[in-house]
Design a binder for this molecule. Structure first.
Ligand code: NAP
Length: 359
């Protein structure tokens, strides 16, 4: 879908995860006629995990987004979404079991909700920005330059992956980078699982997974965790967690029918490799914020996340530019917190436009 990019936009929202769509819904309802640059559908974005609709579009069931308990959503989705955006199983009219909302469905519904209120969408990437003067200038991959009075950055973050071909093969079939999103799925319940990483995320994922799993192997490439002491203590004292020190996953084992059935661990200190039978592998090796195009333009922290310059406000280091969602959050990283900060950014942008006498 192409929104008109001529003239000066009141607000351009860059990114199309829960933060971007929530900002779009609020801006559209405030009559700001927002333009959402949702990302381009390119092979490069697919490989990086940065296609439109963000990280949620790469997950399965969403059980923790308030308002969507498991149930029969098929009929609702088939009337709420245009046919060309409906999940394939609605169109197939296959005999699917009742289930809760999936990540891709939630994102399609948010997108549609924004469209229903008049948000315009450009399926393109912002490649470069110039925020030194007003109006702001944004360059796109395919649709030329855009000018804007305010900008909301909601480009999210992407999970880091090991980069193994076998890991890629089993994504959504036993390999996940989000224990909170996927850990409670039936395929992982009462099974042995592996978590990779040694920071707070990995330790938290391992501890969380012990609620459902029979056993969790925590694979770390060194002999000392990076995680905070309290998290470390919790993991080391958990009888369901077994540490695999000085180890790295070398290959994910499995079949297309069964998904993951094990991992091969290489020693980082020269011990012989070994195979561990598990039904799932979770990555906890950090995230990378999608801020490459903002380096030297906005203040970023040492990991590349956008810095909010005012307490509990979405203001960035440039007056009139706001940030929402995971791109400015290295701590919570949940769909609901991203949506919440998307709402905050829309209200901040609306008030900024009013204070400037623009709208
Ligand atoms: P992190 O602190 O950067 O830790 C990443 C971990 O992954 C490190 O242990 C690192 O190993 C390992 N790793 C990185 N690349 C790897 C690779 N290619 N192969 C194998 N292992 C690899 O990231 P994080 O755990 O996501 O935490 C990010 C921030 O969020 C931190 O500030 C953390 O405190 C915070 N956080 C807080 C909580 C909480 O308080 N509840 C929960 C989650 C996150 P090395 O140690 O050898 O470098």
């Amino acid at each position: 879908m192409a929104g008109s990019t001529t003239g000066i936009q009141n607000v351009v929202i860059v990114g199309s995860g829960p933060a971007g769509w929530t900002a779009a819904i609020y801006c559209a309802r405030a009559n700001l006629n927002p333009l959402v640059v949702e990302g381009a559908i390119t092979e490069e974005n697919r490989m990086k995990g940065t296609l439109p609709l963000g990280q949620l579009n790469l997950t399965t069931e969403i059980e923790n987004f308030p308002g969507f308990p498991a149930g029969k959503l098929r009929e609702y989705l088939s009337t709420a979404l245009p046919e060309d955006r409906q999940p394939f199983w609605i169109l197939d009219k296959g005999n699917q079991p009742a289930h809760g909302l999936t990540g891709p469905e939630l994102m399609e519904l948010m997108r549609q909700q924004a469209i229903n209120f008049g948000a315009r969408i450009l399926t393109d990437d912002v490649t470069k920005v110039n925020f030194t003067g007003k109006p702001f200038h944004l360059e796109t991959l395919e649709n030329g330059p855009i000018q804007a009075h305010t900008v909301i950055i909601a480009t999210g973050a992407r999970a880091n992956w090991l980069g193994l071909p076998s890991e890629e093969r089993f994504k959504n079939n036993g390999v996940s980078a989000c224990a909170v999103c996927d850990g409670a799925l039936p395929r992982f319940r009462n099974k042995a699982l592996v978590v990779v990483g040694g920071g707070d995320s990995a330790v938290e994922e391992a501890s969380y997974l012990t609620k459902f799993a029979a056993k969790v192997y925590l694979v770390h490439r060194r002999d000392k965790l990076r995680a905070s002491k309290i998290m470390e203590k919790r993991a080391l004292e958990n009888p369901k967690i077994e540490m695999c020190w000085n180890s790295a996953v070398d290959e994910v084992l499995g079949t297309d029918a069964d998904g993951v059935t094990g991992v091969r661990l290489m020693s980082t200190t020269g011990a012989p490799p070994r195979e561990v039978a598990v039904s799932g592998m979770f990555l906890g090796i950090g995230h990378t914020p999608n801020t490459d195009f903002l380096k030297g333009v906005l203040e970023l922290d040492d990991k590349g996340y956008i810095v909010w310059k005012k307490m509990m406000r979405t203001n960035t280091s440039v007056d009139g530019v706001f940030a929402a969602g995971d791109v400015a959050d290295n701590n919570y990283r949940q769909a609901i917190t991203a949506a919440g900060s998307g709402c905050m950014a829309a209200l901040d942008a609306e008030r900024w436009l009013a204070a400037e006498g623009i709208h």
